[in-house]
Design a protein around this ligand. Sequence first.
Ligand code: ZN
Ligand code: FE
Length: 254
Amino acid sequence: MLQIQQIPALNDNYIYLLHDTDSRETAVVDPAVAQPVLDTLKQKDWNLTYILNTHHHADHVGGNLTLKQHTNCQIIGSVNDMQRIPGIDQKVSEGDTLKLGSYTIQVISCTGHTTGHIAFYSPDAHALFCGDTLFAMGCGRLFEGTAEQMQQSLKKFTALPLDTKIYCAHEYTEANAQFALSVEPENKDLLTTIARVKQLRANQQATVPTTLNQELATNPFLRTNSLEIQKVLAMQGASELAIFTELRERKNRF
Ligand code: ZN
Ligand code: FE
């Protein structure tokens, strides 16, 4: 069995520990900081085998070197980020396959937020660890890539099974929901979701993971074909890319 442990860190980051109960191999995705990871490993009596980094930003790699020092784990990141990921041991790219015990983890290249951004997908666990590419009702900012790259990256995710769980790296859901509502105020799924999100946050509970199904119904960045969104933007019939670009720009100013 693959156990997934979610650790909140910094202001709004999520770090994920993946543990295969048969082989006892353990991976951590995007350790923003080391200490809460070390604490959880100790508490669970797990030994860290791998660090999986989605991209080079400090709030995703900040714990790399301390964790490596304490656990002697292997650090895995994008070949395009080999200069920027501290302590990187194994360089991977699109289509590469990793193993955590008997579980397969596929590497998906998803540029846009950064030029070397990758996601980790477990088909067996129906789980996608997508860093800062896709968020609940939002998507990552375009720091290094283009809107076109980001949209292509998101299309790779929307081709996955509908029940795929989306483990994003930040709790940005409430702010994203407000933007989503501003561009699609009549979306009933969105209204229902926002009510649920507000309640969860009022109780300091996580709104992540989400699912692909849920995002297809509520995430404006996956809904460029929504007639309501097109109308609100006054862009009826415009290309998917033009609408996506406008949504991303409006979100930056929101
Ligand atoms: Zn980032
Ligand atoms: Fe981040």
